[in-house]
Design a protein around this ligand. Structure first.
Ligand code: CMX
Length: 140
């Protein structure tokens, strides 16, 4: 169903400070950075060595942001786990058949033009699971 761990998402208060931490302490490099208004985040993908795995740093754009709410409730730290898939439409249909709640009726736009959806954490053992279908020729 899933082909790779695509990224692990970490909620941070200040994106620039977090990028600097991952660069200077862990020697990671920033592969991509963008603002996603619809998701209410400023984000950066940090490459883990030469693999295609990334750590996604997520900072809230405003107080209504999902990430602001997460930090208010749980503090900074791991917010989500993302699996890469080949066809998000097929995977979402399969997961629905298996009784899991997806957050969106149709995939939305994620990092670098990818298509994304989420499994509700209450149906996934307390883990917010993101599904990512990379854009053709995208960053993955
Ligand atoms: N991981 C695990 N559990 C979580 C969670 C998370 N990230 N976020 C919320 N929960 C838990 C809450 O603690 C709550 O548990 P309790 O009922 O035991 O207290 C439960 O889920 C439901 O919480 P809620 O108050 O009903 O809903 P929230 O307003 O907290 O929203 C969620 C939860 C998953 C619907 C929301 O975070 C969401 O829409 N997430 C998807 C979008 C997203 O995360 N965007 C930012 C990243 C963008 C990107 O990756 O590109």
């Amino acid at each position: 169903l899933f082909t790779h761990i695509d990224h692990v998402g970490i909620a941070v208060r200040d994106l620039d400070e977090a990028i600097e931490f991952y660069e200077t302490k862990y020697g990671m490099t920033m592969a991509h950075r963008e603002v996603n208004e619809e998701q209410g985040v400023a984000e950066a993908m940090m490459a883990v060595g030469d693999s295609t795995s990334h750590i996604q740093l997520l900072a809230p754009l405003n107080e209504q942001s999902t990430i602001a709410k997460f930090i208010d409730k749980s503090g900074v730290g791991m917010q989500q786990m993302a699996y890469r898939v080949e066809s998000i439409d097929d995977v979402c249909a399969t997961l629905k058949e298996r009784g899991l709640r997806l957050l969106y009726p149709e995939p939305k736009r994620g990092t670098a033009g990818s298509r994304i959806n989420f499994i509700h954490p209450k149906d996934a053992g307390g883990v917010l699971v993101e599904l990512v279908e990379p854009a053709p020729g995208g960053m993955h």
